[in-house]
Design a protein around this ligand. Structure first.
Ligand code: SAH
Length: 251
């Protein structure tokens, strides 16, 4: 059996209990060495085979899984954050389906949650935005035209931009094309939840400069939106004048 496991954003104790238990019991670990904290490998039992998928092709990864399966061994495929975001799991699952190999998907804490925690931020502030756009700039992987940053920026929603730290001038330009002012609040979170995490508050117009000043070139998220500002409305849920299923409004 193959267990796809979300490793969490970085901190060794931000993997789920289920994920850590699977790591303890498994015979083979294939981990995404470019971003998964190698400290997580210490959960593995003695004699467990470890492969770094950063140095492997899809076919090589599948070959390791196939080989383990033929010996009746268990494999954990450890992906950074939660594997549903930019995790390239679908192509693995489709090949496993063809081979008749069983798998399960164990969710993880995505770096977008890690970044919110690093900022002590709430992405969905009442009166500001109730939606989060998770996206990226087109790089070597193209992004559908309708999903350009400028298009999403028109909504004024909270934006979490992955995989784009090398393209910050372009990100700023597109955000402003979509309607943000140069002085709208933005932030960069580098290696959220890792010991060397950096949180940098800046503006839409100063993203590139902020990254340069803080030597941030990769492994960062770009956060944009009014949720980084100071004004918002109180929640209805905890409003004394609001009745809910669990609580009567006070008179
Ligand atoms: N599945 C992962 C994302 C993988 S794509 C998740 O759920 O988080 C890789 C990109 O994620 C990086 O280029 C960076 O933009 C972001 N990323 C991953 N870990 C991060 C972290 N700890 N802090 C900030 N950004 C991170």
């Amino acid at each position: 059996m193959i267990h796809f496991v979300g490793a969490g954003p970085g901190a060794e104790d931000l993997i789920t209990v289920k994920g850590a238990n699977l790591l303890r019991e498994t015979d083979v670990i294939i981990y995404a060495g470019s971003l998964v904290n190698p400290g997580l490998l210490k959960y593995g039992k003695a004699g467990c085979e470890v492969y770094n998928s950063a140095e492997m092709t899809l076919e090589e990864v599948i070959d390791v899984m196939k080989d383990a399966e033929s010996k009746g061994l268990d494999t954990v495929r450890l992906h950074t954050g939660d594997a549903s975001l930019y995790g390239a799991i679908r192509e693995q699952m489709d090949l496993l389906d063809e081979l008749g190999i069983e798998y399960e998907d164990v969710p993880g804490v995505s770096s977008f949650s890690g970044a919110a925690a690093a900022l002590n931020a709430e992405y969905t502030l009442p009166g500001v935005s109730q939606s989060v756009v998770i996206t990226r700039m087109a790089g070597r992987t193209p992004v559908p035209e309708k999903e350009g940053i400028a298009e999403f920026a028109k909504h004024g929603s909270t934006m979490v931009i992955f995989l784009s730290t090398g393209l910050l001038e372009e990100v700023s330009k597109e955000l402003m094309e979509g309607g943000y002012d140069a002085d709208s609040p933005a932030a960069l979170v580098y290696k959220a939840t890792w010991p060397d995490e950096k949180v940098v508050h800046c503006t839409v117009g100063t993203l590139a400069e902020a990254a340069r000043d803080n030597n941030i070139t990769k492994t960062a998220l770009i956060l944009v939106g009014g949720f980084l500002g100071s004004s918002y409305d109180r929640s209805k849920l905890y409003d004394p004048t609001f009745t809910t299923e669990f609580r009567e409004a006070s008179k």
